[in-house]
Design a protein around this ligand. Structure first.
Ligand code: 13P
Length: 253
């Protein structure tokens, strides 16, 4: 049985002050932390304030990116030890916005994944196809390629700790969610691909769906056999929506 993960990607939203206010509003989500991992990923300047509000609650904090070196002349970058020191447990790696808008390559993503694992941060490794690629019928090929390049050289034990998020680019911020069946089809394909190299571990890896997840569609997604949770963008900026997503399946608010 894989433990569900409900993760919030706040992207470039929420000042430190706004973070404290929203974090306090979602504190009741801690009641679900016994059964699921709940991870909030605010911008860098909001990480420490979020860690302090969530301390001792079971709600966890992740960054949205990091550099692969521990320190050095890398102006504007943040390292894994810096994230660990303030209490982060997770880090999103390879989000499509970083790939598309900031030129992040599979090779860089691979270095970041290894660095996160080396420092005991749980990576949430994102991959997914664009609309063009889906329409060209290359979804599986694209996902298999991103998976293989991103995970190159990562051992099975580390893979088991890694969370994968399948985020079709055409479903991000568009209101156009993949149907639960379409998401299940790609996610089960990803699990089968993992099984080729890591046969005993593929069943342990948590694979999330991301892309226009809302209170209205979370139940259908979570009912799928291979979908272990969600990486939520827009709907995670609203305490009520995010709480409903965390309490999917009709759990008490
Ligand atoms: P939306 O939920 O806003 O579509 O964003 C998804 C996402 O990119 C999460 O990482």
């Amino acid at each position: 049985m894989r433990r569900p993960v409900l993760a919030a990607n706040w992207k470039m939203h929420m000042t430190a002050g706004e973070t404290v206010a929203l974090a306090k509003k979602i504190l009741p989500c801690q009641e679900r932390a016994g059964e699921a991992d709940i991870v909030i990923c605010p911008p860098f300047t909001s990480l420490a304030p979020a860690c302090s509000v969530f301390q001792g609650t079971g709600l966890q904090v992740g960054a949205q990116n990091m550099h692969w070196e521990d320190s050095g002349a890398f102006t504007g970058e943040i390292s894994a030890p810096m994230l660990k020191e303030i209490g982060c447990t997770h880090v999103i790696i390879g989000h499509s916005e970083r790939r598309q808008l900031f030129g992040e390559t599979d090779a860089a993503i691979n270095c970041k994944l290894k660095a996160a694992l080396r420092h005991g941060l749980i990576p949430i490794f994102c991959l997914g196809e664009t609309l063009e690629q889906r329409e060209a019928g290359t979804t599986q090929e694209v996902c298999a390629h991103q998976l293989e390049q991103g995970l190159a050289g990562i051992q099975s034990g580390d893979l088991a700790k890694t969370i994968i998020a399948y985020e079709p680019v055409w479903a991000i911020g568009t209101g156009r969610t993949a149907s639960p069946e379409d998401a299940q089809a790609v996610i089960s394909f990803i699990r089968r691909e993992l099984g080729k190299k890591h046969s005993h571990f593929a069943d342990q890896v948590r694979i999330l769906y991301g892309g226009s997840v809302k209170p209205e569609n979370i139940d259908g997604l979570m009912a799928q056999q291979d979908i272990d949770g969600a990486l939520v963008g827009g709907a995670s900026l609203d305490a009520d929506s995010f709480s409903k997503i965390v309490n999917y399946g009709g759990a008490e608010q």
